[in-house]
Write a protein that binds this ligand. Structure first.
Ligand code: SAH
Length: 243
């Protein structure tokens, strides 16, 4: 019986992969991977390494999670080194926990290899610090996948602090609903907001705007994309470094 490495691949720039992730990819007998911001990572694997794509796009699962769990489990019965590769960090909206529990319940050994999450690193590549002394004392990473019009929301929209930076993942297709919701809760229409598309890759695009105008201004940007809401967005003027 093999071992499964639930591995974070980082946000895109291949150098933002950890040394540990790179090692297990090189040693893998099988790679089970999602849509990755940097597919070059797959070239690091051995020539005879089996590859299975179980990609999801914007939260729409091309392969249902139950099937993915089973694919990983079956791979562990067959191979020594099984690498389950995910963008960013496996536990930040990566469903890595569910996969770990599935393996635990079947007595399969696993390791978690954390990755650099896009929620912090993609803003960093856009020159946006998620916290900044004197501007914000906290930041929150929120799923943007849930429609803000949902009657009973899992998200506590009312509890966002005034100065809190809010990072929405998987929310680009809901951007109009999200920004309208924040405005309806009392945030100023001209409150700073940014969208970062394909962060840390050569295709990175950043649009800085306001809650009111960001939907229009970010139209046409490609996914994956992150929405950042907060005064810290303005720091990009001085902190911008990556083109
Ligand atoms: N586990 C991942 C997040 C998975 S959810 C992590 O820790 O980063 C997928 C969402 O992450 C996308 O919808 C998008 O909002 C964001 N994302 C991932 N990579 C990105 C990138 N290179 N640029 C912009 N957004 C990215």
């Amino acid at each position: 019986m093999g071992k499964v490495y639930l591995t974070g691949a980082g946000p895109g720039d291949i150098e933002l992969m950890t040394l540990k992730a790179a090692r297990v990819v090189k040693e893998a007998d099988i790679l089970i991977y999602d849509r990755l911001a940097n597919p070059d990572i797959l070239d690091m694997a051995r020539q005879n390494c089996e590859m299975i794509y179980v990609g999801k796009q914007d939260g729409k699962h091309s392969v249902p999670q139950d099937d993915i769990n089973e694919i990983i489990y079956q791979a562990a019965l067959k191979y020594e080194n099984v690498v389950r590769l995910k963008g960013g960090d496996p536990f930040v909206f990566g469903r890595g926990g569910e996969e770990a529990i599935y393996l635990y319940e079947r007595d399969i050994k696993f390791e978690i290899i954390p990755g650099i999450t896009s929620s912090v690193s993609v803003p960093a590549y856009a020159g946006i610090p998620v916290t900044h002394r004197g501007i914000t004392t906290s930041f929150r990473v929120v799923t943007g996948h849930e429609s803000p019009n949902k009657k009973i929301s899992q998200i506590e929209w009312q509890t966002f602090l005034n100065d809190e930076t809010i990072v929405f993942l998987m929310g680009f297709h809901n951007i109009k609903l999200i920004t309208n919701k924040l405005i309806s809760l009392g945030k100023a229409k001209d409150y700073p907001c940014a969208v970062i598309s394909r962060g840390s890759t050569p295709e990175q695009k950043v649009v800085v705007s306001t809650l009111e105008n960001i939907t229009k201004d970010s139209k046409g940007l490609l996914t994956p994309a992150i929405i950042v809401v907060g005064e810290v967005v303005k720091l990009r003027e001085k902190v911008k470094w990556f083109n």
